[in-house]
Each structure stands twice: as structure tokens, then as C-alpha cells.
Design a protein around this ligand. Structure first.
Ligand SMILES: *[C@@H]1O[C@H](CO)[C@@H](O)[C@H](O)[C@H]1NC(C)=O
Length: 393
């Protein structure tokens, strides 16, 4: 079935919000042209800027309390100490006074302190990369998070040859799951022994001269692998010049949830302060020589989300920009032009009269001007109705 509907052109005409001014009344000036060109350039620039801002995404940081209290915290460790494994013990104690180390989760492996040239090159690269990231971190972390690249550097290459002397170092590596409370991971001389009240390290048959807590940190991180997290301790190497050295690392762990357009991950960032001193009981510097990592959990977590405007937001912004600039430039042009007319009115008028055949059209007196012998487009009769055919659905 076809329906006919009569739409009165007059009604539609009256609704026109874009009234047309006949060409005749439009006064084109060099100044107006210059303003138009400027306006077009500004609009083009802003449209390009707005588009690139839309295409790019931003990271938003929010803080909120960490509610996952009972979740476990995974600590990943790979540390080489310049003492044979028989002489040292690794341990984790947390503030619940619980000894968290299930013995098979951290491996102790005899090795050599000296690295092969390939391993040395790898370690130096790691060290360099990490110190660079630490300094330039804020410039680069967005890129790393957005890129979703998990592995920044590969694993340490395997030893290509074995030295002809007995292993002189111990590599302690593995992952430990601990409670999400403050704790202490440490490597000291002697094997640890858990007692009902705390624990001790038994280091019989060792003289102070055997101590050497020179160490190298290949890995020290929390949680699973995640893109773009920099571990400030990785690539750290400390060579002891004293047998009785105490190394302390104070680590503040901040849970971080990263939600990018590509992935979602729960991870941990940490900041670290380190301190070292020789133990000398005669000089009042007490303590136990060893390597101590004191970690503490932040009560707040950071939520990072990658965000970008929706297409509608983008279009609204674009229209606002274009329209705003257009109107503003028109306003500025009118002000400048009025000013110009006020200042040079007489001069312009006389000049125009001299070289124009028609009468001049000053800005503020166009209303009742009508050039002779022209057809007014308004007088042309328009058809009274128009038929629109609508097809049924
Ligand atoms: C500890 O071992 C490292 C590496 O073998 C060595 O350079 C350093 O001099 C040693 N320190 C002491 C106090 O023996």
C-alpha cells in the first residue's frame, strides 16, 4: 500500500535555521579572506590534533585500598652469592612469625662467581637497561604497558664452559609464596633451623674469614610476569671488600592492576632503598652479616587503566572545536573590521567611489539597499507542495 503525504514547503522553509543571504548582499573583503584562510589553517590543525589525541590512548592512575588481604604474594628470586651453598642458608620470615620457606621451593645450586664472557655481556646489558629504565621510567613505562611485552630481556645464557676449579658460589633461585604482610627474606651464613620461638642459623666450623657476601641479583620480583614492570633490583651486583658485610634492602611493594586494551594483569611494583655496612662489634656496628630483604606491603593499590574517548565523544569534541573556532574568528574579524571602518571610513569611501561603478556598500547600511535590474530570488515562486512517496516497511 502506498501512502501519500503532503508536506507544505512553506512550513519547511520557515524552519530553515540557515537563512541564505543573496550573493548580492555579501561583501567580500581582503581582510575577510585573510581571516578565512587563518581560520581554515587553525581548524585543520586542531582537527588533526584532536584526531591524533583520539587515536592515542591514555593511562589513568587511581588509588584504592587493597582488599585482597588473604591472597598470597609470590616472590621470585635469583641471586648468586660468592660462597658455596654449604655455607649459606636462605630463609623467609614474615611478621606472623611463620617460616614461609617450604624447602623445595628455593633451589640452591653450586656455581662459579665468575661469569663467562657471554653471561657477563648479558648481565651488563641487564644492568644498563635497568638503570636506564629507572631514570627514564616515567617516559617509557606507558609505552611498555601498552605494548604488552612481557619479556624485556631474555634469561641469562647457560654457562658454555666450566672452570677447572671447585664451584665457589651459590645460586639461590625459585619462587616463594608468602602472606601479604611485611616480611624478611634473607641469606646468611649457616643453615637455618626453626625453633618454637624464632629461628637460628647454624654456622659451625666457619671462621669470619670464610664470609663473603658479595652477590649478584638476576631476579627479584613479585607476582607473575607482567608487561612493563621494572624491577629496580635486577642487575644489581655488590662486591664485598670486607668479610663481615651486612646488606639491607628495604622494599616497599605496591599492588598494581593494569588494564590495557590488550590485556589485564595483576602485578606488583616496588621501590627499594639499600643500605650496607660492615659489622664491627667493637665500633658499635652490630648485627649479623648477610643479605636481608625487608619487604612491606602497601595498603593502597594502584589501578592503571588505558582509556580512549568513544567515537561520539570524539565527534562532539570535533564539532565543538570547529564551530567554536569558526564563530570566534568571525567575531574577531567583525571587531577588527568595524575598527578598521571607524578609523579609515572616509578614506575607504572616497577611494571606492572613485574606482567602482556601483555604489559602495558600507557594512552597517546594507539593509535597505537593492541594486536595480536584479532578480530577487525570494520573488521566484516555489511550488506550493511536494509529494513524497513513502514505501511501507
Ligand atoms: C669476595 O668475593 C669476590 C668475588 O670472588 C671478590 O672479588 C672479593 O674480593 C671477595 N671479598 C672478600 C672480602 O674476600
Amino acid at each position: 500500500m502506498l501512502r501519500r503525504r503532503h508536506v507544505n514547503v512553506k512550513t519547511v522553509k520557515e524552519l530553515d535555521a540557515f537563512p541564505k543571504v543573496p550573493e548580492l548582499y555579501v561583501d567580500k573583503t581582503a581582510m575577510g579572506g585573510t581571516f578565512s584562510i587563518f581560520t581554515i589553517f587553525i581548524i585543520a590543525y586542531l582537527v588533526i590534533a584532536e584526531t591524533s589525541y583520539y587515536l592515542d590512548s591514555r593511562l589513568q592512575f587511581k588509588f584504592e585500598p587493597d582488599t585482597e588481604i588473604d591472597a598470597k604474594l609470590q616472590i621470585n628470586i635469583d641471586i648468586t652469592v660468592a660462597m658455596p651453598c654449604g655455607r649459606i642458608g636462605a630463609d623467609v620470615l614474615d611478621s606472623t612469625n611463620q617460616n614461609m620457606l617450604s624447602y623445595d621451593s628455593l633451589e640452591e645450586e653450586d656455581t662459579w662467581w665468575e661469569l663467562t664472557p657471554e653471561q657477563r655481556a648479558h648481565f651488563e646489558a641487564l644492568k644498563h637497561m635497568n638503570s636506564y629504565l629507572r631514570e627514564e621510567y616515567h617516559a617509557i613505562h606507558e609505552l611498555l604497558w601498552k605494548s604488552n611485552q612481557v619479556i624485556l630481556y631474555s634469561e641469562m645464557p647457560m654457562r658454555s664452559y666450566k672452570p677447572d676449579y671447585a664451584p665457589n658460589a651459590c645460586r639461590v633461585h625459585g619462587s616463594v609464596n608468602v602472606n601479604k604482610v611485611a616480611g624478611n627474606f634473607h641469606i646468611t651464613a649457616g643453615k637455618s633451623l626453626s625453633l618454637p620461638r624464632g629461628h637460628i642459623h647454624i654456622s659451625a666450623f666457619m671462621t669470619d674469614q670464610d664470609y663473603n657476601f658479595t652477590h649478584r641479583i638476576n631476579r627479584f620480583s613479585f607476582g607473575g610476569p607482567s608487561p612493563g614492570i621494572v624491577h629496580p633490583l635486577e642487575g644489581d651486583e655488590k662486591v664485598a671488600d670486607n668479610n663481615m658485610m651486612l646488606y639491607q634492602y628495604f622494599v616497599e611493594v605496591v599492588p598494581t592492576d593494569i588494564r590495557t586494551l590488550l590485556s589485564t594483569s595483576k602485578t606488583y611494583q616496588y621501590s627499594v632503598k639499600d643500605h650496607q655496612r660492615p659489622i664491627d662489634h667493637h665500633k658499635g656496628s652490630h648485627g649479623i652479616p648477610g643479605i636481608f630483604f625487608k619487604y612491606d606491603m602497601s595498603a593502597l593499590k594502584i589501578k592503571v587503566t588505558q582509556e580512549r574517548d568513544t567515537i561520539f565523544q570524539f565527534l562532539v569534541k570535533l564539532c565543538a572545536t570547529v564551530g567554536g573556532i569558526f564563530v570566534t574568528s568571525g567575531l574577531v574579524k567583525n571587531i577588527v573590521q568595524s575598527f578598521w571602518y571607524i578609523v579609515c571610513c572616509k578614506f575607504l569611501n572616497s577611494e571606492k567611489k572613485a574606482d567602482q561603478h556601483g555604489p559602495s556598500v558600507p557594512l552597517h547600511s546594507t539593509s535597505d539597499y537593492r541594486a536595480p535590474d536584479t532578480i530577487n530570488l525570494f520573488d521566484v515562486a516555489a511550488p506550493q507542495s511536494i509529494d513524497i512517496m513513502l514505501k511501507p516497511q
